[in-house]
Ligand binder design. Structure first.
Ligand code: BG6
Length: 482
């Protein structure tokens, strides 16, 4: 683990910092996983002394940490790592105060928890002020642009100041334990890998369902929508990890190369097939756990009649040897009935069923990322019975990560990602080419929606999306696994 590191956080007073970044650092510190000499330098526009900053931070992160994990002693130890600089990110002269705090003999990690419009000016000011004189890395939060063109611009500007091996683009899904387990499942188990192609697999389903709405983020979300917010990054990453060829090593370069090949092999969805392959929806008022919840257009600060989608279902194909003819059904939405992120690999039926008194039960491999992280192989087994000699039932072979690891909490994805940035391991971060390829594919869908004037289909909050999302898969003789 790198010693002598300064973690410089832009946007330290923002929502992401309070909800995710500082709680993750607190937990790592509590677990003695941070280098002893790591310093945390927080930057924000408001003129604050360090005591006021810390008092405010403590109040904000306590709920995220929870009573069981909170310790005043631990907080005091954690707080000693902090110093604070008042800095207006867009004012070049303000960076002088920052240069004084940095040292050429230490590694500076600049974490940009800011709107993407600030990525370019921040990099330019870091460069011109002399902040990059020593060894430095940069961490970028999604979204990297809002389409291929703007993504390229961000990549180019950041690339002028940082080498690709020093750029850490975060997709927090890659920090989730079960996502990493997907790699182990595929590449450390021979029998799985030999059954992983169109000869055995009928189709794949990837669901990322959320119960929350847009959580007061109207100004960000409206005009972005679920395709850009969730598909372009999280779902594309899951799809790549499921579909890619085995990399020759667990290095960032080898993994990224394989992911890029999948993104390039994705069949284009454009105005010739968008209606057949994609469903876009928007929630109306409904119910969640017995309580009424508002529709998208009634959310806090809603100020337009926008037709931004809060739900997307897609039938995608990967045109390569391994996946020829295998549909990948993707769906993601807000205000669905449960929080569920899972990949389901649905195997083909047997070519011939010799068990006359049993239905044909095709295998299914369920990789559940949240909740209850687990991998389950659904198998056909014999019903224990003297009466029915050969009746088949579906049983589960199950790996329960949470229970079996004896953990009392599941580490947040950001904990893994912080450790890797500090340790200089990019394998769980997204490469520049990957983000661009992913935008290329998503842009084509967005353009097709525009050209065809595809409207959002309403669905009730608390349901599984518009009825057409069911039809998307049912017309192929299949059904969503919930
Ligand atoms: C973020 C999106 O990237 O992921 C949010 O911007 C979404 O809209 C969140 O709610 C979901 O993350 P998780 O880890 O709760 O599944």
């Amino acid at each position: 683990m790198a010693n002598n590191t300064d973690l410089v956080i832009f946007g330290a007073r923002g929502d992401l910092s309070a909800r995710k970044l500082f709680p993750a650092l607190y937990h790592l510190d509590q677990g003695d996983l941070l280098p002893k000499t790591l310093r945390i330098l927080t930057l924000a526009r408001e003129r604050l002394d360090i005591d006021t900053f810390l008092a405010d931070l403590k109040e904000k992160i306590r709920p995220a940490i929870g009573d069981e994990r909170w310790s005043e002693e631990q907080w005091t130890r954690f707080a000693r790592r902090f110093s604070h600089v008042t800095l207006d990110f867009s004012r070049a002269e303000d960076y002088r105060g920052l240069v004084e705090k940095l040292s050429k003999t230490r590694t500076s990690i600049f974490y940009l928890a800011t709107p993407p419009s600030l990525f370019a000016p921040i990099c330019e000011h870091l460069g011109s002020s002399g902040c990059l004189a020593g060894s430095s890395r940069i961490v970028l939060e999604k979204p990297i642009g809002h389409d291929l063109k703007s993504c390229r611009e961000v990549n180019e500007t950041v690339g002028r100041y940082f080498r690709e091996e020093d750029i850490y683009r975060i997709d927090h899904y890659l920090g989730k334990e079960t996502v990493q387990n997907l790699l182990v499942l595929r590449f450390a188990n021979r029998f799985i890998n030999t059954q992983w192609d169109q000869s055995c697999i009928d189709h794949v389903q990837i669901t990322v369902a959320e119960t929350v709405g847009i959580e007061g983020r109207w100004s960000y979300y409206d005009g972005v929508g679920q395709l850009r917010d969730m598909v372009q990054n999280h779902l594309m990453q899951l799809l790549c990890l499921v579909a890619m060829e085995p990399p020759n090593a667990m290095t960032a370069e080898a993994i990224r190369d394989e992911k890029v090949k999948i993104l390039r092999a994705l069949r284009t969805i454009d105005d010739s097939n968008v209606n057949e392959h994609v469903v876009r929806g928007q929630y109306r008022a409904g119910w969640y756990q017995g309580k009424p919840v508002p529709g998208y257009l009634e959310e806090e600060k809603a100020n337009t009649n926008g037709d931004t989608e809060s739900f997307v279902a897609i039938k995608a194909f990967i045109d390569n040897w391994r996946w020829a003819g295998v549909p990948f059904y993707l769906r993601t939405g807000k205000r669905l009935p449960e929080k569920l992120t899972q990949v389901v690999i649905c195997y083909k039926s047997l070519p011939h069923n010799i068990f006359s008194s049993g239905e044909n039960i095709p295998n299914r491999l369920v990789i559940r990322l949240q909740p209850n992280e687990a991998i389950e192989m659904q198998m056909a087994a014999k019903l224990h019975s003297l009466k029915d000699k050969m009746s088949l039932v579906r049983e589960n072979l199950s790996l329960d990560f949470f229970g079996s690891a004896g953990l009392d909490r599941i580490p947040d994805a950001y904990e893994r990602l912080f450790l890797d940035v500090i340790g200089g391991d990019q394998s769980l971060f997204v490469g520049g080419e990957e983000v661009e390829e992913s935008w290329r594919w998503c842009d084509s869908i967005i353009n097709a929606w525009r050209q065809q004037a595809v409207e959002v289909m309403p669905y009730h909050a608390g349901s599984w999306g518009p009825a057409k999302a069911g039809l998307l898969i049912e017309k192929d003789g299949r059904s969503w696994r919930e």
